[in-house]
Design a protein around this ligand. Structure first.
Ligand SMILES: [Zn+2]
Length: 254
């Protein structure tokens, strides 16, 4: 078995191991979320250490030791540094939130490749898009990552009675069963999330088209904000965990 491997990856965060070694959490399409070590990475003369920076994407040469189960980084060639994201706090917190989702979704498990491709292409778009589109980017990423971790956004039929929905019908999101349901099935005494036709259409269009195209689709600002807040709550249900970047970056992400 070849223990020397070449993998792609996005560096999520770094931490110190003992005094001089650099630990890094890396998301790789081939391996999912992994903990790696750059020996001597925090020593002044290390060439490798300074290259392994959070929110960069590139190619790694690694050595996977089957005995200690540790993964050593031999070399790292970053290809993307995402400087525009790092220089804009809203974009930065948006990206941090996506990285946190990737980690809390355990790299997508079996679907690591799809989640990695989504994260990677979303970061590329976020890096390039004008700041006015940052909220749309957030919504696009939340929708798509929720689907990848098992989320259900079927909006052409009721998740309870299976009745087909007509175009301009309002639906409700049922938290307990994690699906959209019709007005007849909704228990209006319970606090339910209202999915108005404009949001249904936006979700449908987004999930039927690739992300770059969906990003161009217009949506009223108040609907976009409402959808974003719904998606924050839905994805945290699927992750069974709260997202700490939503707290720390509240000023930018809310
Ligand atoms: Zn129904």
């Amino acid at each position: 078995m070849n223990r020397n491997l070449k993998i792609d990856g996005i560096v999520i965060r770094n931490y110190r191991i003992h005094d001089y070694h650099k630990g890094s959490v890396v998301f790789s399409p081939q391996k999912g979320i992994i903990n790696t070590i750059s020996y001597g990475g925090y020593k002044g003369k290390s060439k490798l250490g300074p290259a392994v920076q959070p929110l960069t994407r590139g190619h790694f040469d690694i050595y996977a030791d089957p005995l200690s189960r540790s993964i050593k980084i031999i070399d790292y060639t970053p290809e993307e540094f995402y400087d525009s994201i790092k220089n804009n706090l809203k974009k930065y917190y948006t990206a941090l939130c996506w990285l946190e989702i990737a980690v809390k979704a355990h790299g997508g498990g079996e679907g690591a490749l799809e989640l990695y491709q989504l994260l990677s292409s979303s970061l590329d778009l976020l890096e390039k898009c004008p700041s006015e589109l940052d909220d749309r980017m957030m919504v696009q990423y939340l929708l798509r990552s929720t689907v990848l971790i098992g989320g259900n956004f079927i909006s052409d039929e009721c998740g309870f009675c299976s009745r087909s929905m007509i175009d301009n019908e309002t639906m409700f999101y049922n938290h307990h069963h994690s699906c959209f349901i019709c007005t007849d099935c909704a228990d209006l005494n319970n606090s339910m999330i209202k999915i108005v036709p404009g949001i249904r259409k936006y979700i449908d269009y987004s999930l039927k088209n690739e992300i770059g195209l969906s990003l161009k689709a217009g949506i009223e600002n108040n609907l976009l904000k409402y959808l974003k807040s719904i998606l924050y709550s839905i994805i945290q249900e699927y992750l069974e965990d709260s997202l700490s970047t939503l707290r720390t970056g509240k000023e930018y992400l809310g």
